[in-house]
Design a protein around this ligand. Sequence first.
Ligand code: HEM
Ligand SMILES: *[C@@H]1O[C@H](CO)[C@@H](O)[C@H](O)[C@H]1NC(C)=O
Ligand SMILES: *[C@@H]1O[C@H](CO)[C@@H](O)[C@H](O)[C@H]1NC(C)=O
Length: 334
Amino acid sequence: MALYKTKMTSSSSPSMFVNITTSLFLVMILFSGSSLASLSTNFYHKTCPNVFEAVNSVVKSAIANERRIGASLLRLHFHDCFVNGCDGSILLDDTPSSRGEKTAAPNNRSVRGFNVVDDIKSKVESVCPGVVSCADILAIAARDSVDILGGPEWKVKVGRRDSKTSSFSAANSGVIPPPTSTLSNLINRFQAKGLSAKDMVVLSGAHTIGAARCVTFRNRIYNETNIDSSFAKNRQRNCPAPAGSGDNNLAALDVTTPTTFDNKYYNNLLSKKGLLHSDQILYNGGSTDSFVEAYSKKPEDFSEDFVSAIIRMGDIDVLTGSSGEIRRNCRKAN
Ligand code: HEM
Ligand SMILES: *[C@@H]1O[C@H](CO)[C@@H](O)[C@H](O)[C@H]1NC(C)=O
Ligand SMILES: *[C@@H]1O[C@H](CO)[C@@H](O)[C@H](O)[C@H]1NC(C)=O
């Protein structure tokens, strides 16, 4: 794990130490300024040492106020990263001259948490004005949400910068797969972002928290056969058919422990209680069955793999160095 410091063993000779230090230094020179310029956990160490505390205090009170908001913040980070990289673009409001991601199909009437992001941004601006990007705020808030809701902890990498634009058409282009997706579409969409099928399965475990609207699972609970029949009947009670009424009625994505970040999502799939078509398709006789089985049996493996996958997700096409900007208001470019 690159994120954790490796200790020098006591048997290492001083000259070895010098060699290793020198080569690390050379590697750092090689990489600095290139497009591989990367994020680090201590990026704000000097410029905003209290950033994590500031974000955490706002996320904590938002979740105390409404537990679901943790799920909503986690999802914002995912939707940000999958459309033109983790650059805060999902936070930009539409303007008369340009339509952004917020009203694109995967997001409209669906993503939420923007007011909490505003609150976090004001708090962070009050401790270190003009320093911390909105894209980083999403990554930190996602990490804090998972932690507060009982999931694994990790050191979040920061140093992202914010985009100046947001693209309606990019967000609508299918890069965020719809819940009606086939398994191969899900795999391909994650592969396109450098994430494996296993990463896709483990990141789908985020559906251990949060809720979905009836319109996103209606067809599954009335028409599909790989579903537990009493679960389907229960879900039908608050999601009427045919389409049109009750579209926005909510149901928990994890029927077992809806507001706790755990591995029960996978146990649900084993008993055909996945809410979305795209959830159950991960355990339907296909190539990803073995991952689902493993995560249902081993919560520690789920935690460990989720952490490494979400860190990789947070690296997607980030803006660093002098690209982009540090937005003053997450809703609009400076
Ligand atoms: C594998 C492909 C995925 C598909 C097809 C998918 C689809 C969906 C859908 C349809 C909803 C409900 C939206 C609505 O009601 O309008 C949802 C909610 C959610 N998704 Fe996903 N998702 C996927 C992957 C992910 C990933 C990778 C994450 C995060 C790492 C994530 C986190 C969430 C969360 C936390 C919610 C609940 C949000 C809330 O309650 O506000 N999803 N997803
Ligand atoms: C987005 O949702 C609003 C209602 O909240 C609706 O009026 C609008 O037409 C939708 N936009 C798109 C592009 O679907
Ligand atoms: C069930 O499937 C049929 C055929 O595709 C479709 O016309 C109908 O709308 C579906 N029912 C629901 C409740 O989605």
